[in-house]
Design a protein around this ligand. Structure first.
Ligand code: HPA
Length: 268
């Protein structure tokens, strides 16, 4: 049995066999959405190979159960490339999600804004992304499945459903392009100017490898950023991890409403 099949069997034993429809990766500030799930929480340490989420602001557990009408698997913490130097750090958790029978992934993250009209506290639905890191979680994958098309990587129907949920909650949902910067240092002002020229609207240190892996695994994918700061050089605001954690709840409260609304209906 593969490692992901073994872990999926463990999860089914503890949380029930009904497949989750959707996986949700919670970024900074969204951790308590996991506590709203009516289901079973499994600490990552009980799931060998899952990341030891070592970044403060992330909560390392998988919760499988119901949020609204929808059976979900909520990842309370993620592993970032900058923790291990491994771009595929989230491969096993996402393989397990696919193995459990999920159809889709929604990733959330904290990000810096490159758009003056998208201030701290805003939400941005990713219309697309730029892999500014040059890294890829599929490097080393030996099969031809590695040549994943990325044309509609951010699923149009899922994005539509997120837009409708935001509208129903009267939450302003910006849309734009997210650039993945490896971290853990923040960007320089010159890098941010370069990213603006390249067409990025927000920048962050996660999510892109997860979207690539999700598509590789045949999961539909979408992602939403909570804007925690203006990117380097765009305001006088100091940029720091503490600031990210302090500002994340502003957008997180709105994003929780949007996600809860999305999951209260049929997800098609
Ligand atoms: N840059 C990269 N990652 C981030 C930022 C940023 O400005 N803010 C939150 N995560």
């Amino acid at each position: 049995m593969s490692r992901s099949a073994e872990l999926a069997a463990t999860i089914r034993d503890r949380a029930g066999a009904e497949p989750p429809k959707l996986g949700l990766i919670l970024g900074s500030g969204l951790g308590h959405l996991a506590d709203r799930v009516d289901g079973v929480a499994i600490p990552y340490e009980d799931l060998p190979g899952f990341p030891h989420a070592g970044v403060s602001g992330h909560s390392p557990k998988l919760v499988v159960g119901r949020l609204g009408e929808t059976r979900v698997a909520v990842f309370g913490g993620r592993s970032h490339y900058y923790e291990s130097g491994k771009a595929d750090a989230m491969r096993l958790p996402l393989e397990v999600l696919a193995e459990l029978g999920a159809e889709a992934l929604i990733a959330t993250n904290a990000a810096g804004s490159l758009q003056p009209d998208m201030p701290t506290g805003s939400l941005m639905l990713l219309s697309d992304h730029i892999n500014f890191s040059g890294l890829n979680p599929l490097i080393g994958e030996p099969t031809d499945r590695r040549f994943v098309p990325m044309g509609d990587a951010h699923d149009p129907d899922l994005r539509d459903a997120l837009r409708r949920a935001a509208r129903a909650e009267e939450v302003d949902l910006h849309e734009g392009v997210y650039a993945w910067y490896s971290g853990p240092s923040f960007e320089t002002p010159a890098e941010i100017r370069a990213l603006r020229t390249l067409g990025a609207d927000a920048v962050g240190m996660s999510t892109v490898p997860e979207i690539i892996l999700a598509r590789f695994l045949g999961l539909r994918a979408a992602a939403v950023s909570t804007i925690t700061n203006m990117a380097a050089g765009l305001s006088d605001e100091a940029i720091s991890h503490e600031h990210t954690k302090a500002m994340a709840p502003l957008g997180a409260a709105k994003l929780e409403r949007v996600l809860t609304r999305l999951l209260s209906g049929q997800l098609d």
